[in-house]
Design a binder for this molecule. Structure first.
Ligand code: SF4
Ligand code: SF4
Length: 138
């Protein structure tokens, strides 16, 4: 089951603009809809929705959060094996390797484009070496 949008939606379109996989559609000022087969459950639509109209896969309202407080991946370079799993799964291409010219033992992932990160946590979930933690601004 994917995320969904409740009748609290006023059709502002903030969620559709935020969705990294274009899973949300709807006319301005009309209720929006999340396509279940496209949704990757990143939660960014819920965090941005001014009406708290987005429900998670268990039907619970996703809490709004100031964009500046959204958690971002912090990479422990000592644990990173440079496998590039996180880079491959990131839906917004926010991650990259520090320097492709470095040997694997010295290379590591970096959050190259923090502004593109939607705080989905996929990088953390897919790191086999527990090298990533998600941390908020505070
Ligand atoms: S952000 Fe919220 S209110 Fe705005 S269109 Fe999306 S679900 Fe509706
Ligand atoms: S949390 Fe990780 S996978 Fe998700 S958008 Fe940010 S960098 Fe990419």
């Amino acid at each position: 089951m994917s995320y969904s949008i409740s009748t609290l939606c006023n059709g502002c379109g903030a969620c559709a603009k935020m969705c990294p996989v274009q899973a949300i559609s709807g006319e301005k000022k009309e209720m929006h809809l999340i396509c279940a087969s496209l949704c990757i459950e990143c939660g960014s639509c819920g965090r941005i929705c001014p009406e708290s109209a987005v429900l998670d896969d268990k039907g619970k309202t996703v809490a709004r959060m100031k964009k500046a407080d959204w958690p971002k991946p912090v990479i422990n370079t000592d644990c990173c094996s440079a496998c590039e799993n996180c880079v491959a799964v990131c839906p917004t291409n926010a991650l990259a390797m520090a320097d492709e010219r470095l040997p694997l033992t010295r290379n590591h992932a970096v959050l190259a484009k923090p502004g593109k990160c939607v705080s989905c946590g996929w990088c953390k979930e897919n790191c086999l070496f527990d090298a990533i933690t998600m941390r908020g601004a505070a």
